[in-house]
Write a protein that binds this ligand. Structure first.
Ligand code: PEP
Length: 250
């Protein structure tokens, strides 16, 4: 039985005040009332405030990225051990914005995934095709390449602590959600690939969907056989819409 995970990726939005208010409202409304596991990923600079506000809460803390290196002369970077210092449980790796805007390739994503595991964080590995790739019929190939790049380096056992997020790039921030069938087909394909290595691990790995999830479509997405929750961008920035998505689980 896989527990639904709903994770909010706040990206580079808001202010210290907004983050604190949002977290307080989520804690107040969701603790003890939500069947899903809920996580929030604020900007790095607000992790300390968030960790304090989440003490004793069921809501988990996550980061949006990390450095692949353990420590040293890497100006501007944040190590996995530092995220652990602030009680992070999750860290997003391979988000399409990191891949497209900051040139993170499959090799670097695999190294970040490994760095997360070494510090006992659960990586949320984002994979997904662009619109052009989908229109050319390359979705399966792209998703397989992105997953293989990590799987072949870290091994299937490492996935017992990981989450996979299928995020079609054309659905991120566009208001255009994948249809239930489009999403389910890819989720089943991902689980099938993991099952080729280990059926038990494949069965237990949460594969969440991301791309314009909102209150109105969350319940039907989460009800699909291989969709185990959501990675939520825009709709995670307002307490009301994020709470509606979290409550749609289960
Ligand atoms: C995301 O960026 O991970 C995402 C899913 O964004 P949105 O929900 O805004 O499409």
């Amino acid at each position: 039985m896989r527990t639904t995970l709903v994770a909010g990726n706040w990206k580079m939005n808001g202010s210290r005040e907004m983050c604190n208010e949002l977290i307080n409202e989520l804690v107040h409304t969701l603790d003890g009332k939500c069947k899903a596991e809920v996580a929030v990923c604020p900007p790095y600079i607000y992790l300390a405030d968030a960790a304090r506000a989440l003490k004793g809460s069921e809501i988990r803390l996550g980061a949006q990225s990390l450095c692949a290196e353990e420590s040293g002369a890497f100006t501007g970077e944040i190590a996995a051990s530092m995220l652990q210092d602030f009680d992070c449980s999750y860290v997003i790796v391979g988000h399409s914005e990191r891949r497209l805007l900051y040139g993170e390739d499959d090799t670097l994503v695999a190294r970040k995934f490994m760095a997360a595991l070494k510090s006992e964080l659960s990586p949320i590995l984002c994979i997904g095709e662009s619109l052009e790739e989908r229109e050319k019929g390359l979705t399966e190939q792209v998703v397989e390449r992105q997953l293989r790049a990590v799987l072949d380096v870290v091994g299937i056992e490492s996935f017992s602590r990981a989450v996979v997020a299928y995020e079609p790039v054309w659905a991120i921030g566009t208001g255009r959600t994948a249809t239930l069938d489009q999403a389910q087909v890819v989720h089943a394909q991902v689980r099938g690939m993991l099952a080729e290595e280990d059926v038990t691990i494949a069965d237990s790995v949460r594969i969440i969907y991301g791309g314009s999830v909102k209150g109105a479509n969350a319940a039907e997405l989460f009800a699909m056989h291989d969709i185990d929750g959501g990675l939520i961008g825009g709709a995670s920035l307002k307490a009301g819409s994020f709470i509606e998505i979290c409550m749609a689980a289960g």
